[in-house]
Design a protein around this ligand. Sequence first.
Ligand code: FAD
Length: 592
Amino acid sequence: MAIKSDIIVHRVDALVAGAGGAGLRAALEAGKQVDTAVITQVFPTRSHTVSAQGGIGASLGNVEQDSWHYHMFDTVKGSDWLGDQDAIEFMCREAPSVVIELEHMGLPFSRMDDGRIYQRAFGGHTSKYGTAAVHRSCAAADRTGHAMLHTLFEECLRCGVKFYNEYYMLQLITNQGHVCGALCWDMIKGGFHLFHAKATLFATGGYARVFTTTSNAHICSGDGASLALRAGLAVQDMEFLQFHPTGILGAGNLITEGVRGEGGFLLNALGQRFMETCAPHEKDLACRDVVSRGIAEELRGGRGCGPKKDHVLLQIHHIGAETIMERLPGIWELTKVFAGVDCTKEPIPVVPTAHYSMGGIPTNRRAEVVVPGADGPETVVPGFYAAGEAACASVHGANRLGTNSLLDLMVFGREGGRRMAQYAQQNETWPDLPENAGKQGLAEVERLVNGGGGVRLGPLMEQLRDDMERHCGVFRTADDLEQLRGKLAAHRAAYAKVGVADKGAAYNLDLIEALELGHMLDVCQAICQGALARQESRGGHYRDDYPQRDDANWHKHTLALLEPDGQARLEYKPVRMQPLSVPTIDLAERKY
Ligand SMILES: Cc1cc2nc3c(=O)[nH]c(=O)nc-3n(C[C@H](O)[C@H](O)[C@H](O)COP(=O)(O)OP(=O)(O)OC[C@H]3O[C@@H](n4cnc5c(N)ncnc54)[C@H](O)[C@@H]3O)c2cc1C
């Protein structure tokens, strides 16, 4: 079946792109009030949120005394002071309410003996402003994301949200500064669909798949950020990528920090608990950037384990098989399948793995997308919202705390849904579509299917990810990043000659892969140039040639825009240091 260029138009009040935790939470909120549609590349419950293991952070205080003030402090400190403090206060204050809401929807949280929600310790979460570790992560065993997606999907169906599953978004449609929907490709049958919406929310997830070793699913190719860039909008802080310390050697799959929260620890080849030296206070439960660098230093120093000295060991068997099977059953299964290790008996070989995208589409705390414009660097784009890993609110700044992503999805997903419904109700008519609406996305598909200058897709994708890993990983230098910039230009030139082998319309996964590669190139450009320009080390961005944090010059957010030649143009904007109701948490040295 050949590709047809007709476009079917649908009209909805609110359009949500993405059906992970953020998209479903937004759709649920909007769907209670206005006509809402969700478009999603994969079936909703297969979204990447399904893999979230360790839990959602909220200061319920079920195990010991806790407060949102402590949670806020930990989040600001964890962000290496790059997080916006109004958004962080908002998120931490709302946390208990979104968790209780999920409980009332029926999410099967693990329970304590007295019936209250079970909470576990996680890296960087403390009570009394860094005094002692606190149990703050509300968990459904080690399958919290799975439970969350199923709960939210059922609720969305109950309130009549329309789902367009396996629809791939190709283009964000804008007209004179207003967002008015998106063009999609029906992956099952083929064919173009334009969703004309009063309000559109991107919840398309992150971009950590641009690295070879990653905990992320195939779909995490940064499509949302790329489509925003192509529509002339800015993306924020893309150079901040989180490397999670404990990915399974050779596979990259994640071993949740919950393992260390339950008492696990890291060992080098000499049998030393090296985190006791790297972070004397928090040790194995220091923030992820700190632990990842700790591991990378052990490997650089020749103290790695195994014949290749290429990993360290994560030990958990000392807590006993019964506890492991009750609290970490998924981890037992993962390590058995992907590492060939029974973690109730032996340690797990681990390395840092690309895990989470702190950068994304800039929003304010109302989940409204903001870009430089007439009202300054935070001018609201009418009709456009973003939430979850696709967005940059910015609550995670330079480094995200574990459990704060699921929280971000619930708080800003709900907020985005509310705001979309309000906006749609306030605007009776739909914004006009531009002339030739969707033609750019359509042309891209036609070029890939009909073109073909001899460059093969698979090897180019592999090379791009390898180059990102080699030149832009846990440690970065100007030299490396300059080399990467040259390679990216060559990859972009090669991409212009990519054609897909499958010319059909139905289930053309070759085409989807090619489209994703285009998105990854945009995202990599913004990461590389942002990282090259930022001559300091902060959170997940560590420059070997600039090892110190430099607040005088770099306490600011990076904004990247895409130039027609594929290069990024960088601008900067201040960090919002003023919380909503409490005093600013002043800049300080970050020690664990
Ligand atoms: C192994 C693992 C464990 C984790 N554990 C935790 C944890 O315990 N606690 C925590 O807080 N965080 C955790 N995280 C992080 C957290 O799971 C993610 O950050 C979060 O789930 C992202 O959710 P999201 O809704 O933003 O996007 P996703 O769940 O990634 O969903 C993205 C959606 O966008 C859609 N999409 C993407 N591109 C397109 C396109 N072009 N067209 C149409 N649709 C598109 C997809 O179909 C999908 O529905 C973990 C991450 C991993 C990898």
